[in-house]
Structure formats: structure tokens, C-alpha cells
Design a binder for this molecule. Structure first.
Ligand code: NI
Length: 169
């Protein structure tokens, strides 16, 4: 956080299945795994393109979270379904060591492409919908602290959750 690149709108990917795109996704995957993230967006590793990856199996950062299938999502378009919002804790690999309560749409439809140009088209809710909204926000220069409505619910992970073994980012 603080890098101007994280505040930019990222560029649309024009060509799929290229060595550059596969290399970018490999780098993102390595970073996400190394940091135990639920997802990562290309601008977080210094590449201003509309590429996100996410997926949650069993994740020590989100021990109670629902599982989310591993997904590469390029040029995503989000459509919110209904106007029901839900509060939930979020962290971010670009804002290490912190958590905050962020309101997100409960249900959403997302479309985009994988790295081979195959269409991805899903209707999701809950934690899956939250992860997609968080990652896609990165493509529009939005970091989760900008969406926190009550800054009293924003703080250091080890202070907020002293008894938890959530990784310290
Ligand atoms: Ni993030």
C-alpha cells in the first residue's frame, strides 16, 4: 500500500495463451502460495493488467472460510445480484498484518476468461463473492481499507485476534 500502481486502473488483456501471460500467472501463484493468500491481483506484483487468481482450500489465514475453487480470471465483469450486503473481515497481501470489516455484496455474477481464453461464467455468494470483489477491486485501484465504513473495525491482526494462529501476512 502506497505504491501508485495499486491506485491505477489496470489494462485489459488483449491476447490469451501467451508465454508472458503464463509466466505472470505462475509468478502470481507462487506469491499467493508463499504468503498463504486467498487471492492476488496482477497489480500487487507490479503488473498493471486485468488478471486475478484466487482459491481457498484449507487456508490458515481463513480457518473457518468456505472453500473456493482455484480460478484464474482475466478481464472480469461483475454484476451484483440484489442489493443485500454482508460485513466480513478482510486482509490483503498489500496491507500486511492488518484486518478490517468490509461490506460486500452477498451475491454476484461474474464473467471473464481463463489464461487460454475460455469463458468463465459463475453465479456465487458469500465468501466466494467476497474474494472476487476484493481481487477485482485491485484492478480498479481500490484497496479494502477504502471500503471500511467504521475505522474502529480496522487494526493489527495480532491485536484483533490474539489467540488465533492466523498467519501474520
Ligand atoms: Ni488484496
Amino acid at each position: 500500500m502506497g505504491d501508485p500502481l495499486l491506485l491505477q486502473s489496470a489494462a485489459v488483456v488483449g491476447t490469451f495463451d501467451t508465454p508472458e501471460l503464463h509466466a505472470l500467472i505462475n509468478d502470481m501463484q507462487d506469491t499467493m502460495q508463499h504468503m498463504n493468500g486467498a487471492g492476488i491481483a496482477a497489480p500487487q506484483i507490479g503488473v498493471s493488467q486485468r488478471v486475478v487468481i484466487f482459491g481457498v482450500g484449507r487456508n490458515p489465514r481463513y480457518p473457518d472460510a468456505e472453500q473456493v475453487p482455484y480460478t484464474v480470471l482475466i478481464n472480469p465483469v461483475l454484476t451484483f445480484v440484489g442489493d443485500e450486503m454482508e460485513d466480513g473481515w478482510e486482509g490483503c497481501l498489500s496491507v500486511p498484518g492488518m484486518r478490517g470489516i468490509v461490506p460486500r455484496y452477498q451475491r454476484l455474477h461474474y464473467k471473464g476468461f481463463d489464461q487460454y481464453g475460455q469463458v468463465i461464467d459463475r453465479l456465487v455468494s458469500g465468501f466466494h463473492a467476497r474474494v472476487v470483489q476484493h481481487e477485482c477491486d485491485h484492478l480498479d485501484g481500490i484497496l479494502y481499507p477504502m471500503r471500511i465504513q467504521d475505522l474502529r473495525q480496522f487494526g493489527y491482526t495480532d491485536v484483533l485476534f490474539p489467540d488465533s494462529d492466523i498467519a501474520d501476512d
